[in-house]
Write a protein that binds this ligand. Sequence first.
Ligand code: HEM
Length: 303
Amino acid sequence: MTAQAGICADPNLHAYYLMFDIKPDAFGATRAALAEVPALWQTLQQEYPDAAFTGLVAVGNEAWDELYPAARPAELAPFPAQQEGQRIAPETPFDLFFQLRADRLDVAYIAVQRVMALLAGKVELKDERQGFRYLDGRDMTGFVDGTENPEGEHKAEVALVSEGRFVDGSYLHVQRYKHKMARWQRLAVKAQEDIYGRTKVDNIEYESAQKAPTAHTRRTSLKNAAGNSMEILRQSMPWGTASTQGLVFVACCNTSLHFTRMLENMFQPDDNGHFDHLTLFTQAETGAAFFAPSQEWLVTQGD
Ligand code: HEM
């Protein structure tokens, strides 16, 4: 099978993120439209070979059964919402998620227009966000994001289901975060670095003993009972308007479990009352769980 290229894509300069709900009477028509998506991705890559375009469509937890009643990815489940006082990561389900990325903004925008045309009359656009590369791959908090991501062939090992009916698909969790920038910028650089457990300008990881139990990189570095790392592939990019900014967080994985455990570990205090202090400086505004099936799945199920 062939995974959609957006899952393991290399970092790009530009992105559009679109969230749709499917109209109640349009599931059949949407299934047929999604069967044309792999050809659309291929056409865009051929028309603009210099743009490093990659596309990705993923189907939401609630829409899956109506769209593809024949079979369901075993771990597709509601988004694992979190609430700890003021610190919340809500669930805001959507039926379809599109990630359209390229090194040319015009090409990413052409992809948006083609997707809108393909789905016209069948869906309602619920959320849209434009993402961009910021400096040398930094989040808007000023820190390089993605350094510890899996690389090379390991990307696919982490991100893609390796066997069974849903082989080469991926479990996605997507959140739109809005940063509390004024609050963040009041922190001294050292305090910001302690929150990540990495240095800011030159992006060096703290020694393990120096990392606070509240550091983001500590709370998201997890091991399972067998001592193996529980990894995800992050495909996040910053977004920004004149007045607000943040991160579109995208996790791709061969299981839903790893993201779920990480998010719990960020939000829920441990036995010592420690939680991820990054959650004091950014607010998740959306959160949704999806499965991004292989290209062959999209094509054959739409017949
Ligand atoms: C690491 C930013 C949310 C999982 C990092 C790093 C930055 C960062 C700057 C360090 C460099 C790197 O390895 O990428 C952010 C921001 C977030 C956010 C700004 C939200 C606004 C999340 C969420 C998860 C997550 C929701 C998972 C539930 C990870 C993981 C690492 C990481 C697994 C690598 C840890 C390691 O092995 O050192 N993040 N992150 N992040 N983040 Fe996040």
